[in-house]
Design a protein around this ligand. Structure first.
Ligand SMILES: Nc1ncnc2c1ncn2[C@@H]1O[C@H](COP(=O)(O)OP(=O)(O)O)[C@@H](O)[C@H]1O
Ligand code: SF4
Ligand SMILES: [Mg+2]
Length: 395
């Protein structure tokens, strides 16, 4: 199954792909993951459940937050940079431009931001498919080694699930062959306690919700629904007993009716298998329903981080506020961002968001006495944990 991401960086260090693919989309309506998860606003496109932003005005750290803060990260990046020769022939595209991020065991982190901000490049760097230009990817605190043997072992534990299950599955191969592929790459050790390949594949299909597995093993992708195809892709990842799933827009290509089911599956896997996940999405409704923490990315940088409640009910960065404002029922006037289209080969000086910042355009930044800094001073990259916004107004 899978294969190379079509957006695979061809110009730089692209490492051989050997991954599974999948995608994601809609929000479970019963808010199963967090204690008293609120419903969030549907995007104006209208496929998500509605949300009201009944922000808790006193986001005191809870015992769970403290415990999460103490857990060592299963996957981290530190000062990560990934650049490419620009597709448009001028300069370099700084796709990831100084990112720190932690994913704790059993934690689901949503990476949100508009198209082109570097989400997929960061996901690929996390899964060892692209080598950082500088900075580090750390697995259980140890830097990832890029020798082919070390990468093979690393990728077994950190599985990539892409957006389009149809593209990820070979139309001529059966479900069984698709799921067994990873096992064959990794050899007998990947069977764990299972006596043979057949029982391991059946277990993975079952965990991905394709039950009974015998009903599916001999089918080919065209005989499955979109949701079932994505479950096959997820089974192909699960069969290797990964610690982390990196899911790049895992439901974006699915019908709204099955998105919730696939998201629920990811949440269940966190509970039953202790899986951690980085879920890449441009959809804040999805982030609300699935994530513990959110990182908002703009032009290669994380510009706001915090728990999902903190970031989505009390956004601090003008970019996050603009993203949220266009979500239906957000209760605020939609902020339409104007100014230059973001281009990672031409990152503005000063604050990279300044050409589009409503605070600067409205004169509010001037009133706050930060306008000059907005134009000249790049807000420092954010640390991995805690609650932060890379904005002079939030400092
Ligand atoms: N292989 C590549 N060669 C040149 N530029 C690339 C390559 N891959 C990504 N980019 C550029 O890096 C930036 C981030 O891309 P990407 O990570 O795909 O963003 P996202 O997933 O958020 O849409 C974009 O400007 C994109 O054009
Ligand atoms: S630093 Fe200035 S330009 Fe950047 S987001 Fe904040 S207010 Fe806007
Ligand atoms: Mg992408």
């Amino acid at each position: 199954m899978t294969g190379p991401d079509p957006a695979s960086p061809g110009t730089e260090e692209t490492l051989e792909p050997q991954v599974t693919a999948a995608e994601s989309a809609d929000a479970p309506s019963d808010g199963q993951h967090s204690d008293d998860r609120r419903e969030i606003v549907a995007p104006r496109s209208g496929t998500e459940p509605a949300a009201e932003t009944t922000a808790d005005p006193s986001p005191e750290p809870t015992a769970a937050d403290d415990a999460a803060a103490e857990r060592p990260s299963v996957l981290s990046v530190r000062d990560l940079h990934v650049s490419f020769r620009s597709r448009y022939g001028r300069g370099r595209a700084l796709a990831v431009d100084g990112v720190d991020l932690d994913i704790a065991p059993g934690e689901i982190v949503a990476l949100v931001g508009e198209s082109g901000c570097g989400k997929s490049t960061l996901a690929r760097a996390l899964t060892g498919l692209v080598k950082p230009t500088s900075g580090q990817v750390l697995h259980d605190g140890a830097p990832v080694s890029y020798t082919s043997r070390a990468l093979k072992a690393y990728r077994r534990g950190v599985q990539l699930v892409l957006q389009d299950p149809t593209g990820a599955l070979n139309p001529r191969r059966t479900v069984y062959e698709a799921v067994a592929e990873g096992l064959r790459i990794h050899g007998k050790s990947a069977l764990g306690a299972f006596p043979d390949e057949k029982s391991k594949v059946a277990d993975a299909l079952s965990r991905a919700g394709l039950r009974p597995p015998e009903r599916f093993v001999n089918l080919r992708p065209h005989q499955l629904s979109g949701g079932q195809r994505q479950r096959v892709v997820i089974a192909g990842a699960l069969v290797l007993d990964p610690e982390v799933l990196v899911a790049d827009e895992p439901v974006a290509s699915l019908d709204a009716s099955v998105r919730g089911e696939i998201l629920r599956l990811l949440l269940d896997l966190r509970t039953t298998a202790g899986l951690s996940a980085l879920v890449v999405t441009h959809d804040l409704g999805l982030a609300w329903n699935i994530a513990d923490r959110v990182a908002v990315m703009y032009l290669g940088r994380v510009v706001e981080t915090g728990t999902v409640e903190e970031v989505l009910t009390d956004p601090q960065h003008p970019y996050t506020k603009a993203l949220l404002s266009v979500v239906a029922e957000s209760g605020t006037e939609a902020v339409i961002l104007s100014g230059e289209t973001p281009d990672s080969a031409a990152i503005p000086s000063g604050c990279r968001f300044h050409p589009r910042c409503p605070l600067l355009a409205s004169g509010e930044a001037e009133r706050l006495g930060i306008a000059h800094r907005c134009l000249t001073e790049d807000p420092a990259p954010l640390p991995a944990g805690g609650r932060h916004a890379a904005c002079h107004a939030a400092a």
